[in-house]
Design a protein around this ligand. Structure first.
Ligand SMILES: Nc1nc2c(ncn2[C@@H]2O[C@H](COP(=O)(O)OP(=O)(O)OP(=O)(O)O)[C@@H](O)[C@H]2O)c(=O)[nH]1
Ligand SMILES: [Mg+2]
Length: 689
């Protein structure tokens, strides 16, 4: 590939429901544009985009990829994204560097959630829709178009009506130009519009004329007066409408038919990087000033790292978007966040899994470096004398957490090292050792995400682990008061042991502290010098509650009496005496188990409100309120729920809303569990002991 200027580069993210044909259509675009010599297939695991072993095995996209192609003297960087919800992090990365979007919609009935989400994700971008799969048995172009129109309104501007013969699409009518085209091998030839199709073509043409009329007052007047638009007016209005995000051209075909018009439309309608509307916000570190910039190749070179790939052969690959200037091979670059200079000796662009060496890349283009020393995803590389920072990609929080079970003993460190490598690639994965339960916890977006992480650990690092439900950090406290005596007395040979305490145990009222210790000793019944020993004994005992062994909180212990022996008393003896008092006193002071309560915010379309609230009731949750989000059909439901009942929520919410819901949650406080739950927790602790 030659060097492309900012005016000749476009970055197009491909979005759509899982399995709608994104990767297949991209493969056909690459082939049609001459970028590959054979058309890869998902079934054979031979597509340029789904090159990862897991993708080939599962026949779904897992990673975002960049597939650059050349068409009509332009370079189009196509960004393939996975449709499965669990890989939303990959979609966020691609959206960050895209200037426009191609949404692929299956021609079968109903608007998929994936289409709605794609529309929402691309709401700020110029876009084109491709109705795919017209060769499928239950496909219907007319119905799909009507559905799109109903859902997305006047912006929908159909360009084509397919010409079908025996369930196969053999050509199309271009309703913008009012010309027929028939597929002829890999290309198309012009044909007259079949007479019998006029009834079908007319309403679609009307749709595009209506959409065109919306783009200017002048055209609207013309439309109202019943005048015909010229071809030039239509193409001008389409381009303007797409750039301003007022019109969305709709194309149609199958995974290998109708591909050329997609490429043509991208070049005709989408903005080049130089005049893109989706510019970056930049912060100049020296002056602390924020600025919005376009992809200007005349400025000093800078780029934003949007993705990291851990390649088994090459090592770390950092993909970046050139934001300003021209990045040249061998150019040292300053990493603003890390305060370090990187000296990559080669410059690449990435095409699927391949690194293609290039001399320079202009603003708006996408490139790659290998083996950068300090750089990770979300870093900015620029000039040291004017360091800048681009805004980070924001990822959803991973709430689906499981505990790791090492299948062979003693390899915790090996597991940590391998997972840390995966974390470099995957910004939606979290890994931590819980400070209390000491379990190694792995969190992701959903079960598929963690499942694939396990597969990767096995195939890349030969590490096999299992996953289990994590232990919850329960607490224990007391609700009542008990006054008890603890006496430790031993007479064995020489030195004896003597410690004797009387302690009142009661709630301190402060669950954030383990215990409060006081003494009310009169007349030196217990000498002062032993108070610290009593407190130490108390602190040690409070690490384990008496019901199920969970840490104790909110206990007030007051030392009120005791006795001592001049020779036999010792710190150790008083500690032991305290432990005896604790063991006897806590069970008498109405001990209870506390559980972590989460504050949850669920965002769903309003039609799901009843289901979500009903479901919260089953989770022992309290719904705190429902607020509609103005100007949308969405609402936010706030609730407080026990963490124990929210462990599978990412998956349950998805199935309740078919993926239309989102949620966030955070810990708020501890609360007493109901007695039946308490019995279960105690029972479980006994079994595990
Ligand atoms: N009959 C038919 N099958 C298609 C068409 N487009 C895609 N497929 C098949 O549908 C399956 C899924 O296609 P992909 O290209 O992997 O879809 P995708 O949108 O990339 O899927 P994800 O990335 O996993 O979301 C593959 O088996 C394709 O061969 C089409 O137009 N017609
Ligand atoms: Mg795919």
């Amino acid at each position: 590939m030659r060097t492309y200027q900012s005016t000749e580069i476009g970055n197009v993210v491909v979005l759509g429901h899982a399995g709608c044909g994104k990767t297949s259509v991209i493969e056909a675009m690459l082939y049609r544009s001459g970028g590959s010599t054979r058309l890869g297939k998902i079934a054979d695991g031979t597509t340029t985009s789904d090159y990862d072993a897991e993708e080939m095995k599962r026949k779904v996209s897992i990673n975002g990829t960049v597939i650059p192609m050349e068409w009509e003297n332009c370079k189009i960087n196509i960004l393939d994204t996975p449709g499965y919800f669990d890989f939303v992090g990959e979609v966020r990365q691609a959206l960050k560097v895209a200037d426009s979007a191609l949404i692929i919609v299956p021609a079968t009935q109903g608007i998929d959630v994936g289409t709605e989400i794609a529309w929402e994700n691309a709401k700020h971008l110029p876009k084109i829709i491709f109705i795919n799969g017209l060769d499928e048995r239950n496909a219907s172009f007319d119905q799909k178009l009507a559905e799109l129109k109903e859902k997305f309104g006047k912006t929908i501007a159909p360009i084509q009506v397919p010409i079908m013969e025996n369930g196969k699409m053999v050509g199309y009518v271009n309703v913008a130009k009012m010309e027929g085209r028939r597929f002829n091998g890999e290309w198309t030839e012009e044909i007259p519009i079949p007479e019998e199709m006029m009834d079908e073509v007319r309403p679609v043409r009307e749709m595009i004329l209506e959409a065109v009329a919306e783009t200017s007052d002048e055209l609207l007047d013309k439309f109202m007066n019943g005048e015909e638009f010229t071809r030039e007016e239509i193409s001008w209005a389409l381009r303007k409408g797409v750039l301003n995000n007022e019109l969305v051209p709709v194309l149609c075909g199958t995974q290998n038919i109708g591909i050329q018009i997609i490429l043509n439309s991208i070049v005709a309608f989408f903005p080049a990087a130089a005049d893109t509307v989706n510019s970056f916000i930049v912060k100049h570190v020296n002056t602390d000033e924020e600025d919005i910039i376009g992809y200007n190749e005349a400025l000093a070179p800078s780029c934003f790292v949007f993705k990291t790939v851990a390649d088994p052969f090459v090592g770390k690959i950092s993909l970046f978007k050139v934001c300003t200037g021209v990045i040249k091979a061998g150019m040292p670059l300053y990493n603003t966040k890390k305060g370090e200079i990187e000296k990559p000796n080669k410059l690449y662009m990435m095409k699927g899994k391949d690194l293609v060496e290039v001399e320079e890349l202009h603003a708006g283009d996408i490139g790659a470096f290998s083996k950068l020393q300090f750089t990770s995803t979300n870093d900015t590389l620029c000039q040291e004398n004017d360091p800048v920072l681009y805004e980070d990609i924001v990822y959803p929080h991973p709430y689906y957490t499981k505990a790791i079970q090492a299948l062979s003993k003693g390899n915790e460190d090996k597991i940590s090292n391998a997972i840390n490598k995966l974390l470099e690639e995957d910004q939606t994965l979290r890994f931590e050792t819980h400070p209390e339960t000491k379990q190694q916890l792995l969190s992701g977006i959903g079960d598929q995400h963690l499942d694939i992480t396990l597969s990767k650990l096995k195939s890349k690092f030969k590490i096999e682990i299992g996953l289990t439900d994590p232990k919850l950090p329960y607490r224990e406290t007391i609700r009542g008061k008990a006054q008890v005596r603890g006496k430790h007395k031993k007479q064995s040979g020489g030195h004896g042991q003597y410690g004797d305490v009387e302690i009142i145990f009661e709630p301190s009222g402060d669950l954030s502290k383990t215990y409060v210790f006081e003494e009310k000793i009169f007349g030196g019944a217990v000498p002062k010098s032993y108070f610290p020993a009593v407190e130490k004994g108390l602190a040690e005992c409070c690490q384990k509650g008496v019901l199920a062994g969970y840490p104790m909180v909110g206990v007030k212990a007051t030392l009120v009496d005791g006795s001592y022996h001049d020779v036999d008393s010792s710190e150790m003896a008083f500690k032991l005496a305290t432990a005896i008092a604790y063991k006897e006193g806590i069970p008498k002071a109405k001990p209870v188990i506390l559980e972590p309560i989460m504050s949850c915010k669920v965002t769903v379309p309003e039609s799901y409100t009843g289901d979500i609230m009903g479901d919260f009731n089953k989770r022992r949750a309290r719904v705190m309120g429902v607020e509609p989000i103005e100007g949308t059909d969405q609402c936010v439901i706030e609730a407080e729920a026990p963490q124990a009942n929210m462990m599978n929520y990412p998956i349950d919410l998805r199935s309740m809303t078919q993926g239309r819901g989102n949620f966030d949650m955070e810990f708020v406080r501890y609360e007493q569990v109901p007695s039946d739950v308490q019995n279960q927790i105690i029972q479980k602790a006994k079994e595990e002991a």
